[in-house]
Ligand binder design. Structure first.
Ligand SMILES: C[S@@+](CC[C@H](N)C(=O)[O-])C[C@H]1O[C@@H](n2cnc3c(N)ncnc32)[C@H](O)[C@@H]1O
Length: 222
């Protein structure tokens, strides 16, 4: 998809300072959204078993929310920022989840995983930064197991939570670029539809409502 696609947000610098900033807001303004998004992901995909992968996990909050929602489910927190993963490991340790959640460094466009390794693939607030959405989703479909599903996108879980985050973020960082305020136009949705038909996934659904913008892909059982 072209560079000017609507999902692009301001140019990020994935440095330590921004990783620490994400950690701070994930523990304050964003804190209540992660358990809701984890629950929404399982409701939307129907997947509550097997292995979970959190793409662009940052400080690891969604990975931890999934792990807490399904005790015993192995979760991999994946990110290309070593600074973020160092922060995530400390958060996971403090939550006592180090036996359930592992961290892996790498780029979503070429992941160090076997085919069909994960049943539930979640991701929040990361795809807006990916360089090549089609390449990234092809890679995601490669590591998705038959019977599995994805819940990938951005948002805050509900209208109430979105309002809460916008109010809290206005106090913390008035310059915050809230992509959730941007509305997905029909053109953007059509381009996603075209992309998924070209990727020939078994089924795809785009959720674009008060919970956020989420891409639900699924793979049939063999
Ligand atoms: C805005 S943060 C969101 C963090 C976390 N998902 C959350 O919601 O709290 C985006 C994260 O995506 C990661 N990221 C961006 N592009 C990536 C890529 N191509 N491969 C892996 N991680 C990526 C960044 O390092 C960053 O930690």
């Amino acid at each position: 998809m072209s560079d000017n696609n609507w999902t692009k947000t301001r140019n990020p610098a994935f440095n330590r300072e921004n990783a620490l900033h994400m950690d701070r807001i994930a523990k304050t303004a964003f804190r209540p959204i992660y358990p809701v998004i984890a629950r929404n992901a399982m409701d939307a995909t129907g997947v509550r078993h097997g292995r979970c992968l959190d793409l662009g996990a940052g400080p690891g909050m969604l990975a931890m929310a999934v792990a807490q929602a399904v005790p015993g489910m192995p979760v991999t927190a994946f990110d290309f920022s070593d600074d973020s993963l160092e922060i995530a490991r400390e958060n996971i340790r403090q939550a006592g989840l180090e036996k359930q959640i592992t961290t892996t460094a790498g780029d979503v466009h070429g992941m160090p995983f076997e085919n069909a390794e994960f049943d539930l693939i979640v991701s929040r607030g990361s795809m807006f930064f990916w360089d090549d959405l089609k390449g990234a989703f092809a890679e995601i479909l490669r590591v998705l197991a038959p019977g599995g599903g994805t819940y990938i996108g951005g948002g805050f879980g509900s209208l109430k939570l979105r309002q809460h985050v916008i109010e809290e973020m206005a106090k913390i960082d008035p310059s915050w670029d809230c992509y959730a305020k941007k509305k997905t136009d029909d053109n953007g949705l059509t381009r996603f539809e075209k992309m998924f038909s070209e990727l020939s996934c078994d089924s795809h659904r785009i959720i674009n409502d008060d919970t956020g913008f989420w891409i639900v892909l699924s793979k049939r059982e063999n």
